[in-house]
Design a protein around this ligand. Structure first.
Ligand SMILES: Cc1cc2nc3c(=O)[nH]c(=O)nc-3n(C[C@H](O)[C@H](O)[C@H](O)COP(=O)(O)OP(=O)(O)OC[C@H]3O[C@@H](n4cnc5c(N)ncnc54)[C@H](O)[C@@H]3O)c2cc1C
Length: 329
């Protein structure tokens, strides 16, 4: 009998694990509570426009292994993430650079950069006063002032999008793998397996025995329109507008040649266990709570806790893949 492995979660982490393990000859089955594959990287067509349903995903990495692993399943098109920001000083180019300085007509001090570009945006994003945010978030001011017109991921060799979308790439990775979608969140427990790879929330795995881990959630307002934007993303860097950013999906499509596009506005809100947990608030006492769950996880036999939810950690896509490659390849 072949070794049986069940994988909880059909997001990027679960799919990467499934692909590697299937190619090693294991009998793999994946479970997901959602009705589609891809987790938060899922993209689907809305009136002909490929739309990132859970927020814009720009692939970026310097890691050759991660890039060549994914390149087996997709071609790419180059993508430069250069948002605009609506600020007290008007519409400016981000990240802050020589181009921004020209637009404003003067250089900003570090305190002004924090105040004008980061403060209100971060407070909306996290629902916490800027001064109370951990230094790892509020001091993350990129050092780009000497550059002419940098991209957001200026130091990364690969900045691109899968040519026909993430979901299409995932379909290739999942060829020949048994998947159960739209299942109950404890459905996976019913099947027997030699190993479980768990990419769901760590607190849910332990039935929230120590309480819920806090997250920030998001609401997406997708609108089909024939009024395209002139640039890909507009951040709202002041508090008088509730959403943090809006973006035009025609830019995320390789060769978008139709009259309408999809423009999405992103509204942050608290996670209440009924909406989706997006950004782990892994600081202060929340981190201690996570470590208590982690202790329990370390005592489980034949279960690997992988992915962003099981590790209660924001992971860029390349990091999520790297973790799986390191563990399983
Ligand atoms: C708004 C936003 C924008 C982002 N943009 C970028 C970007 O531009 N570039 C980048 O590199 N990264 C980006 N990321 C990060 C990227 O989304 C993650 O790297 C990726 O989603 C990690 O995949 P995952 O499989 O670990 O988690 P997820 O995508 O969350 O997948 C987990 C899956 O597990 C399922 N699940 C959970 N519990 C259970 C259960 N009990 N039973 C069955 N199924 C379950 C969920 O339904 C979900 O499908 C962004 C993240 C967010 C929130």
């Amino acid at each position: 009998m072949r070794t049986k492995i069940k994988i909880v979660g059909c997001g990027l982490s679960g799919i990467t694990a499934a692909n590697i393990l299937k190619n090693k000859g294991y009998d793999v089955k994946i479970y997901d509570t959602r009705s589609h594959i891809g987790g938060n990287c899922y993209d689907g067509y809305l009136c002909g426009t490929l739309t990132h349903q859970y927020g814009p995903h720009i692939f970026h990495t310097n890691d050759e292994n991660v890039f060549s692993f994914l390149s087996e399943f997709t071609d790419w098109f180059p993508f430069e993430y250069k948002p605009k920001g609506k600020t007290k000083l008007g519409l400016i180019s981000l990240p802050y650079s020589k181009k921004t300085i020209k637009e404003i007509g003067k250089e900003l001090s570090l305190d002004e950069i924090k105040e004008i570009i980061f403060k209100d945006y971060s407070e909306k994003q996290w629902g916490i006063a800027f001064e109370k945010l951990p230094k790892s978030i509020c001091n993350r001011i990129p050092d780009t002032s000497e550059l002419d017109d940098p991209t957001w991921y200026k130091n990364e060799k690969y900045q691109c999008m899968p040519k026909y979308g993430y979901t299409k790439m995932f379909e290739e990775m999942l060829r020949g793998i048994n998947i159960e979608l739209a299942c109950d969140k404890y459905e996976w427990k019913k099947d027997k397996a030699d190993l479980t790879i768990y990419t769901g929330s760590i607190d849910s795995y332990f039935n929230y025995c120590y309480g819920f881990l806090p997250y920030r959630s998001l609401e997406f307002e997708h609108k089909v329109t024939n009024k395209k934007m002139n640039y890909v993303v507009e951040n709202q860097n002041t508090k008088d507008v509730a959403y943090t950013r809006k973006y035009d999906h025609s830019f995320f499509n390789f060769k978008h040649n139709q009259n309408t596009t999809v423009i999405t506005k992103e509204f942050p809100l608290e996670y209440d266990t009924n909406n989706i947990p997006y950004y782990p608030k892994c600081f202060g006492k929340n981190k201690d709570l996570y470590l208590k769950y982690r202790k329990l996880a370390n005592q489980e036999n034949n279960v690997l806790f992988l992915g962003r939810l099981a590790n209660y950690k924001y992971l860029d896509m390349w990091c999520a893949i790297k973790l799986i490659l390191n563990k399983l390849k």
